[in-house]
Design a protein around this ligand. Sequence first.
Ligand SMILES: Cc1cc2nc3c(=O)[nH]c(=O)nc-3n(C[C@H](O)[C@H](O)[C@H](O)COP(=O)(O)OP(=O)(O)OC[C@H]3O[C@@H](n4cnc5c(N)ncnc54)[C@H](O)[C@@H]3O)c2cc1C
Length: 387
Amino acid sequence: MATFVIVGAGLAGAKAAQTLREEGFDGEIVLIGAETERPYERPPLSKGYLQGKSEREKIFVHATGWYAEHDIDLRLGLRATRLDLGSRTVRLSDGSRQPYQKLLIATGSSPRRLPGPARYLRTVQDSEALKERFARGGRVLVVGAGWIGLETTAAARAAGCQVTIVEPEPTPLHRVLGPELGEVFANVHRRNGVDLRLGTPVAEITQTGVRLSSGERLEADLVLVGIGATPDTGLAVDAGLDVADGILTDAALRTSDPDVYAAGDVAESFNPLYGRRLRVEHWANALNGGPAAARSMLGQDVAYDRVPYFFSDQFEIGMEFSGDIQGYDEVVFRGDVGELEFIAYWLRDGRVVAGMNVNVWDVVGDIQDLIRSGVKVDSQELSSGHR
Ligand SMILES: Cc1cc2nc3c(=O)[nH]c(=O)nc-3n(C[C@H](O)[C@H](O)[C@H](O)COP(=O)(O)OP(=O)(O)OC[C@H]3O[C@@H](n4cnc5c(N)ncnc54)[C@H](O)[C@@H]3O)c2cc1C
């Protein structure tokens, strides 16, 4: 009987296991997870769950009994410590060895760290500890105005904390959205009482807060660092697989070893739509990439060519983002930016490369069709809604 092993029991790993069974695979499936919780989704950890608005049970990918019911050998609290491509075995932290015919690496990513006493938000335990801390109020200092920093800020404000965000770039979300939209997010946060310190790097995290590179000290009861994540590529690097930023794969999510696949945050996969490799750290990429890798492991013809998709909630903003702004030369708005009800389109050479809908719904399909089509658009028509 064939054994398929999945390392990493997050969303990508759990969805891959589900797809293997749905596609009729009747061999052994071993799903190995370093965390002690069964696979769960991370987006609620900085949103509803952090704000105490959703139940714990809702974050999990499957019900408790689902793995046993589907004959999936879920092994939690166990790390894969070494991968031997020659003998097709994975060594585990309990000293055992697990052979495989096909292996999926779905190890995700970990928060980038800074020296000094600070908190990070990646796991359900991190979220629960923060929720408890926010409930006691006080001064929160957030390092980094990226998605996690901004969403956590909204939760801390909702709990009644004072919040200061320190960010070296001139606007929040500068790298992912550019300055035009970054400004929109800055205004919303300021309006909600957040002290935004932009263009200001943190030089040091201390016992009492942070020291900025200008020398100014900001006191805080809690420092939360949200400065991005690093893909967990260690197993792949040590085994000699091709790795750049993430584990390199072709469009079928196959790594440089034909029996090893990678999906989710850890994969840097060739996307035929973009004609280059992308590493996408988004929920939808784990949700869809895990199943795509599973089909590929079963020998099906897979070309993973999805448009990257992301969603976020912060204060009065509910939004979805599709695409990749790289190289854009124009931003076109449709709707009312002041009222926070609009669509922003990023254009490169007159073609839409990305779009974001803010408090406007059921338009993601249209935005992604426009991106996929690669057709030239007229900015006026795009802005007025006549296309
Ligand atoms: C707080 C937070 C909020 C987010 N909000 C959003 C959002 O609003 N929208 C959005 O699109 N995306 C969001 N994301 C990103 C999204 O959650 C990730 O893209 C997604 O979790 C990636 O799934 P994954 O399965 O690839 O990796 P992970 O979820 O990281 O799962 C990988 C698992 O593998 C385990 N592992 C690692 N190494 C080993 C090993 N050697 N052996 C065994 N197990 C191992 C890890 O412990 C982990 O449990 C958010 C992320 C965080 C942290």
